[in-house]
Design a protein around this ligand. Sequence first.
Ligand code: 5AD
Ligand code: SF4
Length: 487
Amino acid sequence: MDTKLLYIDTIGCQMNVYDSEQFAKGLRPLGYTLTSSLDTADLVIVNTCSIREKAQQKAFSFLGRLATLKRKNPDLIIGVGGCVAQQEGGRILERMPHLDFVFGTHAVGRLPKIVKEIELKRQSFVDIDNSGGMDGLEPIAVMPSAEDNQSPIRFVTIMRGCDNHCTYCVVPHVRGREVSRNPENILKEIRNLVKSGVREITLLGQNVNSFGKKEGSCSFPELLFQIHDIEDLLRIRFTTSHPKDLSRNLIDAFSDLDKLCRHIHLPVQSGSNLILRRMNRKYKREEYLEKVDRLHSIYPDIAISTDIIVGFPGETPEDFDRTLDLIKQVEYDNLFAFKYSDRSHAPATGYPGKVSELVKKERLEAVLDLGKKYAAKKNRTLIGSTELILVEGFSKKQRKSVLDRKINGRQWSGRTSTNKIVNFTNGRGSESNDGISKGQMIRVQIDKASVHSLSGTVKDSISHAAGNPLRLSAGSLKGGESYVAQS
Ligand code: 5AD
Ligand code: SF4
C-alpha cells in the first residue's frame, strides 16, 4: 500500500485533540501517516471549533488559505470536521468549493469510509448525521504504533454532548444530547494506553458528574475507582464538572483515590445571580461559594480553576463587580476568561442589552489581571517546597533551544498534582545523561515562581511500587514513605 501523508489542524478544546487522534488512527489502515508539513500532505483535515466567533473565524481563515495549496496540487483532498462542520454542513462547500468533504461531530467513526469514497470517486461529500447515539463515537481500536503521540499524558473522552442548555452555549446544538461511553470500553482504552507508556490520563466530558446516569451504567465516581485500579497508571485528572452537579461522592473521591490529582476545574461563568439565572446555570453564587468552601476545608491544598464570561447581555457594572468580588473570594489558582460572543442557535443571541466590544474588552482585562494576581500569589507560596512531578517532556525553552546560559543541563517540564507547570533540570549540568526521562515521577525543589509556571531542581526520582498508594500532591507528602527513590 502507498504511504500517504495526513496533516491535521486542530482548533479548540481537548475533545478536539482527542478526536484528531482518532482521525489519525482510523486513517492508518488506509495508508495515511501523520506529517507536520502542510505542503507535502495528500490529505488535510481541519478539526474546527465554534464555541466563540473567534474560533470559527480562525477555522474559516485557515480553510480559505488552503485554496492556494489545492491550486498547486489538485489531487490534494481537504476535509472539515468538528463543531463548525456539524453546524454549517454543506454550506461550507458552497462557500469554499476547494474543499472535498465535511464530516460532523458524530461522524468520527465513519471518517475512513468517507475518505475511501472520496479517493475512489473524487466527489464532494457531507456527513452531519447525528442520529446514531454513541454509534461511531467509540474510538477506533488500532494497535498503538511508533507514529502515535509519545507523550505520557493523554486525554480520554468518556462522554459527548450536553443536556444543560446554558443560554450562551452552542455545544448542545453542535455536539448533541449527552451520551456516555460504555465503561468497559473506556477501561480497555486506558489499559492499552498504559501498556504503550501513558502514565496520566485526563477524562473528558462536558459534565462528568452525569456520566452513566442516562445509560444506567456506572456513576462517575465508580468509574474513577475502576480506573484507579489500573496498574502503572500514575495519575488521573478530569474535566469538566458542572458546579450544580458536583456531588459529595466526587468530593470524597479526592481522599479515597491516591492517583486522583488535586485539581478541579469548576466554571462559574459569572458572580451575579441575575446573570447566572439568565445564563441558565442552575446555581446561585452562594451555592457555588459553599461548594468551593467545602472543597477548600476538606483539601486545603486543592487547586481550583474556572471559566468566566464577561459582557453577557444585560451585564451591568454592578453585575460585573459581583464577578470580580467572587474571584477575590475564591482566589483561583487559574482562570480562563472570555468576552461573550453571540452564537447562532444559542438563546442568548436574541437577548437584549448587548454590551459593547469596548466594555467587554475592559472587563476581560480586569478579570485577567485579577486572575494573574492570584495565580502568581498561589505559585509564590510553593517556592521552597518539594513537589512531585510527572515528567512530560522537554520544556518549551529546551525544545526551542532558547535556554539562557545560566541553566545547568537539559530543562524538562511536567506538572504538579495541582496542575501547575514546573520546568526543571537535574542541576548537575550534564546535557546528555541527566537520568531524567518522560513518564518518570520526580521530586522537584521549587526555586522560582511566575504567573504561569514554576521552576526548580530535581531532588530525586520516584518509582511507583506496584500496589502502593500514590498521593501525589505536595501538601500530603510526608517523608515519601510510599515511594522508592531510584538511583
Ligand atoms: N461566548 C463566550 N464564551 C463562551 N463560552 C462558551 N460559550 C461562550 C460564548 N458564547 C466559554 C464558557 C465555557 C468555555 C469553554 O467557553 O466560559 O466554560
Ligand atoms: Fe455549554 Fe453549559 Fe453544556 Fe458547558 S454545561 S457545554 S457551557 S451548555
